[in-house]
Design a protein around this ligand. Sequence first.
Ligand SMILES: C[S@@+](CC[C@H](N)C(=O)[O-])C[C@H]1O[C@@H](n2cnc3c(N)ncnc32)[C@H](O)[C@@H]1O
Length: 264
Amino acid sequence: MSTPHPDHDDAAGIRHDDAAGADRDDAAAAPRRPDERPPTTATPFADPDAAARYADGPRRLVPGLDALHRMTGLLLAEGAPDDARILVLGAGGGLELRHLAATQPGWRFHGVDPSGPMLMAAEQHLGDLASRVRLQEGYVDDAPDGPYDGAVCLLTVHFLPEDERRRTLEELRRRLAPGRPLVVAHHSIPGGSAEREAWLGRFAAFGISSGVPAGNAEQGLRAVGTKLPVLTPEDDERLLREAGFRDVGLFYAAFTFRGWVASA
Ligand SMILES: C[S@@+](CC[C@H](N)C(=O)[O-])C[C@H]1O[C@@H](n2cnc3c(N)ncnc32)[C@H](O)[C@@H]1O
């Protein structure tokens, strides 16, 4: 996520690409034809320069990002063992991976993301911690079957239209051992159009208060409001349940963002 920009930005990632790509680890899945790609619209994430700058963006735009990472780790640790295998979907940039790997020395991670540049940024951000992380270029379907002891998907599923989002959540649940935790967080905006506008305005104000130029923040606000298939928190919770998750619990609410923990 970079500073909102008229062409390719995003205040939590607007443009998407359909980057096909080879796996970056041994668990390679067969390459898929472009017409087999899920209907996502991924990226400024295909732009290597934007990906290299990614780490700065979320901290300016996502209120409480560090606490979100810490809560994510604590929630996963409630339901995962000390030697857990954790699946991270939308792992590009490596921010949550770095926090989780640094705080849980016994955990190993499989990170999946369709953007090669974002995976390179993750590798760089991880530094020595990368030895416990496998990065794979692809979508959830390309990830190994697991079963995993926990799964994480941060700032990602707001890019997915409802049907694809439900399917992606189902595929995550299928890769989790029964009872193991999923943590998700993304844009999820309550209310009708007036309330929604108010929350988007607050989201832009937060960016401006973090140093994002006002014009860029306004662009980001419009992009989130018009280009992303953002759902209401009620619909997000419904999709988690429809995907087969139980014990769906809200743990994070920060202007336009919400986060949930749920059990497979
Ligand atoms: C805003 S970034 C979030 C990255 C990271 N999770 C974080 O919290 O910093 C969104 C990421 O989702 C990836 N992405 C887009 N569509 C995706 C999909 N269908 N499945 C998995 N990842 C996707 C993008 O390539 C990008 O790396």
